[in-house]
Every structure is written in structure tokens, then in C-alpha cells.
Write a protein that binds this ligand. Structure first.
Ligand SMILES: [Zn+2]
Length: 122
């Protein structure tokens, strides 16, 4: 069973994520395959929890520095942004990756970890 996770980069609550993965592994068994986006925060906590528990975990990377997709409707002309180090990136790369996660992996479940604005980051 494929499960996609997504969540905030400033997520620090690794223990909740670890407990979530423990329960998913118990409920689903060896067929569990978790897919996350490879970012810091919740993605990293998911990946580390899976590694510790022996759960198969794949990373679906966003192609931030890749070409824009104007014809496909994902991008607008001149919408690329520049990082502090001067490199450019496509701000739609993350949403495009998220859509790819659904089409490629056809997950049975998507878990969106969310932190209410202003809530503690613990
Ligand atoms: Zn773009």
C-alpha cells in the first residue's frame, strides 16, 4: 500500500510522526511503502522514522532548477525566482512534484501534516 506524506518544512514534531509510522506499519504490514518529498521538516522526520522502523520509503524530488512548464499550465512567463545565492528556481516545481506523486504512485492514502499558524513547533 502506497502512502504519500506531505507537511511543513519547519515541523519539529518527530515523535508524533514516528508514532504515526509505527501505527501504519502495524496496520498495513510489509506492503507499506511511504513516499515523501525529500525536504527538511516533516519529510525528513518521515524518512528517518521509516529507516528506523524498516519501512520502505521513497523520495520524490521536486526539480526546482529544471525548466518551467508554461504550455502545461503550471507556470507563468517570468515567474522564476532567485535565491540568495543567485540561482534561479521554478516556484511551481513543488506543486508539480506533488501532482506527480499522485499520478506515479497512486497512493491509497495521503497524509498531510499541518501546523496551525501560531501553534508551537514542538
Ligand atoms: Zn515555472
Amino acid at each position: 500500500m502506497h502512502i504519500v506524506t506531505t507537511g511543513p518544512r519547519d515541523c519539529r514534531n518527530s515523535e508524533v510522526i514516528r508514532l504515526l509510522m509505527v501505527h501504519l506499519r502495524e496496520a498495513i504490514g510489509p506492503d507499506l511503502l511511504v513516499i515523501q518529498g525529500g525536504a527538511r521538516g516533516s519529510d525528513r522526520h518521515v524518512k528517518e522514522a521509516c529507516r528506523a522502523l524498516g519501512v520502505v520509503c521513497e523520495t520524490e524530488w521536486a526539480n526546482w532548477t529544471g525548466p518551467c512548464d508554461i504550455e502545461g499550465g503550471w507556470c507563468r512567463p517570468f515567474h522564476r525566482r532567485r535565491r540568495a545565492d543567485g540561482t534561479e528556481y521554478c516556484p511551481a516545481a513543488g506543486p508539480r512534484r506533488n501532482a506527480m506523486m499522485l499520478y506515479k504512485w497512486e497512493p491509497a492514502l495521503v497524509i498531510a501534516l499541518y501546523r496551525r499558524p501560531g501553534a508551537p513547533r514542538t
